[in-house]
Design a protein around this ligand. Structure first.
Ligand code: 5GP
Ligand code: MN
Length: 364
């Protein structure tokens, strides 16, 4: 019986392959060897490298920056990480966090690093405007620019672009990149933990469809350094303040609205509530995902009041592209299932606009 099952499986497997189905989901980015050679020589001839990433850097942005920074350190090349905004508290355990420069806190120091740089790595963003205040500095920099990123439709602002939207995280790309530079053996336990954290956070703890056998091979490489995956999970997910947990409880109980007719749920985080619960940077992280845990809900949205604007986080399941929605209506972008944007209207008017868009989508 087992034998006949095996032969059926083999016939099915090859038939599926013939019609183009990818059963193994084993996607390794194919880097152009000439591009790798050019970048290798740029790196070895570089005196000063700057690594930068997007505004409000997340686990993937910081993990990839610190992972690449540690690699440069290990081959004896000076690199500095310049962040467009503050390093969030819940990721401060990352090795090297204290050596990054926050442009908002130390603009002169940050500018000096850019002035001295001959090579600039742009990680986890596809458009200079995603770095807010650093945008002009990046565009006007005379340094050679290299992008390593996984957002769709990259802007043409770099000399070399390693842009792979199908890959789940920039951290995964960084491991492939270091592998292409023959540097895998140089990844330390500490930098592996940073890279692991970025893959973990950008894939919803390895659950999104962007996770492939190749992602797990990369995870294997990182675990083989001796890094502690349990430590990373705990450091990222189990360090809420009491205030943060009560804030989450408040938002779920009082500020969550479910629109079953549109298979959507949305959350409001007002300035007053944030003040009441002693809001800290990173406290809103992950709240939007609770919307998708409701049965039947395919899109979740979080609206939060910031200085003068409404920041919006979109998440979806399946084929509905929140990236298109964010791009078309809310000056934003991102990925098909995770995107962000903003609104200059009041919170009430932003919600009205959002509901109107939903009702129009129904008729498309
Ligand atoms: P989050 O909701 O976690 O802030 O962002 C989710 C995704 O959307 C991230 O991949 C991020 O790159 C993207 N994103 C967030 N805000 C913006 C924005 O204002 N503009 C663009 N283009 N992308 C955004
Ligand atoms: Mn990312």
């Amino acid at each position: 019986m087992c034998d006949s099952f095996s032969s059926y499986f083999i016939v099915f497997y090859w038939a599926a392959k013939l019609i183009g189905l990818n059963l193994t989901n084993n996607m390794k980015p194919q880097f152009d060897q000439n591009k790798i050679e050019s970048v290798k020589s740029l790196i070895s001839n570089s005196k000063r490298i700057v690594i930068t990433t997007h505004y409000k850097p997340d686990g993937d942005a910081l993990g990839s920056s610190l992972g690449l920074w540690a690699y440069f350190k290990s081959i004896g090349i000076e690199a500095n990480i310049v962040l467009p905004s503050e390093f969030p508290g819940f990721l401060k355990w990352m090795h090297g966090s204290g050596e990054t420069t926050d442009f908002m806190l130390s603009p002169e120091k940050a500018k000096e690093f850019f002035n001295q740089a001959d090579l600039l790595f742009c990680l986890d963003f596809n458009d200079p405007t995603r770095t807010e205040g650093l945008s002009n500095i990046i565009e006007n920099s005379s340094a050679k620019k290299i992008m390593i990123d996984h957002h769709l439709a990259p802007k043409d602002f770099c000399d070399f672009a390693f842009s792979y939207p199908s890959i789940g995280s920039t951290c995964e790309l960084i491991v492939h990149f270091i592998e292409a530079l023959d540097g895998l053996s140089l990844i330390t336990m500490d930098s592996a933990a940073c890279l692991y954290a970025g893959i973990m956070t950008d894939t919803g703890s390895f659950r999104f469809s962007s996770v492939t056998a190749e992602t797990h091979r990369v995870i294997g490489i990182l675990l083989n350094t001796g890094m502690r995956n349990d430590f990373v999970h705990e450091a990222v997910y189990d360090t809420s303040s009491e205030d943060r947990l009560r804030f989450l409880g408040h938002v779920l109980l009082n500020n969550m609205f479910v629109l079953n007719e549109y298979k959507a749920a949305y959350f409001l985080c007002t300035k007053d509530d944030m003040k009441r619960f002693n809001h800290q940077s990173g406290d809103l992280e992950g709240i939007v995902n609770y919307g998708l845990s409701i049965e039947g809900i395919k899109m979740a949205v979080l609206f939060s009041e910031r200085d003068g604007i409404i920041k919006i986080s979109f998440r979806s399941k399946g084929d509905f592209s929140v990236k298109d929605l964010a791009e078309k209506h809310f000056e934003g972008g991102g990925h098909k299932n995770a995107a962000g944007g903003k609104s200059h209207l009041s919170l009430e008017d932003t919600i009205l606009k959002f509901k109107k868009i939903l009702s129009e989508l129904q008729h498309d």
